[in-house]
Design a protein around this ligand. Structure first.
Ligand SMILES: *[C@@H]1O[C@H](CO)[C@@H](O)[C@H](O)[C@H]1NC(C)=O
Ligand SMILES: *[C@@H]1O[C@H](CO)[C@@H](O)[C@H](O)[C@H]1NC(C)=O
Ligand SMILES: *[C@@H]1O[C@H](CO)[C@@H](O)[C@H](O)[C@H]1NC(C)=O
Ligand SMILES: *[C@@H]1O[C@H](CO)[C@@H](O)[C@H](O)[C@H]1NC(C)=O
Ligand SMILES: *[C@@H]1O[C@H](CO)[C@@H](O)[C@H](O)[C@H]1NC(C)=O
Ligand SMILES: CC(=O)N[C@H]1CO[C@H](CO)[C@@H](O)[C@@H]1O
Length: 506
């Protein structure tokens, strides 16, 4: 048949399928993953130029991983058993973005791959045919996902004259941060920095981890250390949008094996209002946003009572960072406490991963759909409570969930297999991908209702005016769903156990 006939025939169909590089699917006992190597990796089919009333529908399911895409048209009357109603007039938060962390372990694992595979992996996260992360978290020095404890000034020197970036920055972080900037464009990716441990000579216990705090006499030095870090990264062409006040300060109070600086809430208040806040605001980095907390959801009421209630302290704060590690027992309603009576603060989810507390003894559960669903559940909870974005922990880990010098192995959306130089994109990758790819920065969340409790929905009006409707079917039934937007409606099919995004042009 000649091509013009084909076009005529296609125009009579309500939907057409769009091609891209498909997932090379590997079935596992808990789901499956897409395997990629130096010559092949699945991509996201490009967004088509939709005309008014047309839609593009992207779908990922437990048995059909990757991003399938079809296009179609809304009509005046469409019906099915499940109805979704979008009200674009009822607006909520503005989305900032989605992303992951540039840990040493991430860089170490990327470097285990041949150069071509490294490129495909970075494209999967940041490229135009990938899920286009817009946020990167950068540790200030080492974390539990390093091969040892270290800082930028391990020898005692109160002037910090010996401050220097380490081989880990040059080998495992900076090259990949630069690549992310190059793939995404400088203005489309925002970085925030977080510190784990100060040099041990500044600390009460002379250790990176355990029960430790910054000695009183070193608060000013520790604040100055942040400026030295911004200087050193600026020299490499890397600027920061924000900084958190301390990664999980609770760890130093309860003595965990993760590198830390413990701060009680009273100490944190002093740290912010007398040291970190004024140091940053009086520097050439005065525009850098300050994100308080960077700790668990269950601690938010304490943050509210001790930090947000202090006007002088809250004036230095732009936002609040929350970690997901107790979310399975602490409801998202706790996020409401994070809204201060003094100032509008944004709430950003700054860390999440499947850790040992909830992994049921399986560190890397290859292809787990359930773990993808745990990401979906938390992202959707957070976004429905006005959180502006969600940031994953390690972007890449090895086959056993490392390396980590304190044996805190966890799972990750991408796992590298060093034996055959391939990498595996797990359901968690596609779960966060439906948000990072389609709910682009500056989208506004709007009301979305559904008459079926097994399907969760969120809707957004994007800056390009398209409406993004994200639909998660939690159950094993395939169903037809009618989406009503303004005066039109369209019916789409949700596969069993699937995450779907409908993009609609008004
Ligand atoms: C890379 O993946 C593609 C697609 O799965 C496969 O055809 C090819 O053989 C793989 N190459 C290597 C070197 O494994
Ligand atoms: C939204 O607002 C527009 C313009 O004000 C109005 O025409 C429309 O009916 C409203 N839609 C809903 C669902 O309230
Ligand atoms: C900047 O520093 C001066 C003196 O060191 C101090 O008085 C002032 O409060 C600081 N400014 C800010 C915004 O903290
Ligand atoms: C993978 O991680 C484990 C666990 O931390 C670590 O012991 C091992 O050395 C790592 N292997 C490679 C090849 O990175
Ligand atoms: C890594 O690849 C090798 C070769 O294909 C395979 O034998 C091994 O099982 C893979 N490892 C994992 C953890 O899947
Ligand atoms: C839209 C959709 O597919 N909904 C179904 C998901 O699965 C549950 C449980 O089987 C059904 O009740 C829903 O109708």
């Amino acid at each position: 048949m000649n091509p013009s006939n084909l076009v005529v025939i296609l125009s009579f169909l309500s939907t057409s399928v769009l091609a891209a590089d498909n997932c090379d699917f590997r079935l596992t006992s808990s789901g499956g993953y897409c395997i990629c190597n130096s010559t092949y990796c699945d991509t996201v089919p490009p967004l088509v130029d939709l005309k008014s009333g047309e839609y593009q529908f992207y779908s990922t399911s437990k048995t059909n991983l990757g991003f399938g895409s079809v296009t179609g048209k809304f009509s005046v009357n469409s019906f099915s058993e499940v109805t979704v109603t979008i009200n674009i007039n009822n607006t909520h938060q503005r989305i900032f973005g989605f992303g992951g962390a540039f840990t040493d372990a991430t860089g170490i694992n990327i470097k285990r791959l041949p150069e071509k595979a490294q490129e495909l992996l970075l494209e999967a996260y940041f490229g135009e045919n990938g899920i286009q992360y817009s946020i990167g978290r950068v540790p200030i020095g080492g974390t539990d996902f390093s091969t040892k404890g270290y800082t930028y000034c391990d020898t005692e020197d109160e002037t910090l004259a010996a401050f220097a970036l380490q081989p880990e920055d040059n080998d495992y972080k900076i090259p990949f941060l630069k690549k992310a900037i190059q793939l995404r464009g400088q203005e489309n990716i925002k970085f925030f920095a977080s510190a784990w441990s100060a040099p041990i000579w500044m600390k009460t216990n002379d250790e990176y981890n355990g029960f430790g705090k910054i000695k009183d006499e070193y608060y000013a030095t520790w604040a100055y250390y942040y400026l030295k870090f911004f200087d050193a990264y600026k020299e490499q062409g890397i600027d920061f949008w924000a900084v958190t006040t301390q990664n999980e300060p609770i760890n130093g109070l309860i003595g965990t094996s993760v590198q830390n600086n413990g701060f009680s809430y009273d100490e944190m208040k002093i740290w912010i209002k007398d040291y970190l806040g004024p140091t940053i605001r009086n520097s050439t980095y005065s525009d850098i946003k300050i994100i308080a907390h960077d700790d668990q959801r269950f601690l938010i009421p304490l943050l509210n009572n001790y930090i947000l209630s202090d006007e002088e302290t809250v004036n230095y704060i732009d936002g609040i960072g929350v970690h997901w590690y107790t979310d399975f027992i602490i409801p998202p309603e706790f996020l409401i406490y994070a809204s201060s009576q003094y100032k509008d603060l944004f709430v950003l989810s700054t860390e999440a991963c499947i850790d040992s507390v909830t992994n049921q003894g399986v560190v890397v559960d290859f292809g787990s759909w359930h773990r993808g669903e745990r990401y979906l559940d938390d992202i959707m909870d957070d976004l429905s409570y006005d959180v502006i974005g969600w940031v994953d922990w390690n972007m890449v880990l090895n086959e056993t969930g490392g390396p980590t010098w304190i044996s805190n192995e966890v799972d990750s959306p991408i796992i590298v297999n060093g034996t055959d130089e391939s990498f595996y994109k797990q359901p968690m990758f596609y779960a966060i991908g439906h948000f990072s790819k389609f709910v682009v920065p500056n989208s506004i969340r709007v009301d979305a209702d559904i008459d079926d409790t097994d399907v969760r929905v969120l809707a957004f009006v994007r800056p390009d005016e398209k409406i993004a409707v994200v639909l998660w079917n939690k159950s094993s039934d395939k169903k037809e769903v009618t989406v009503n937007i303004l005066d039109k409606s369209g019916t789409v099919t949700l596969d069993p156990l699937s995450i779907n995004t409908l993009l609609y042009a008004k």
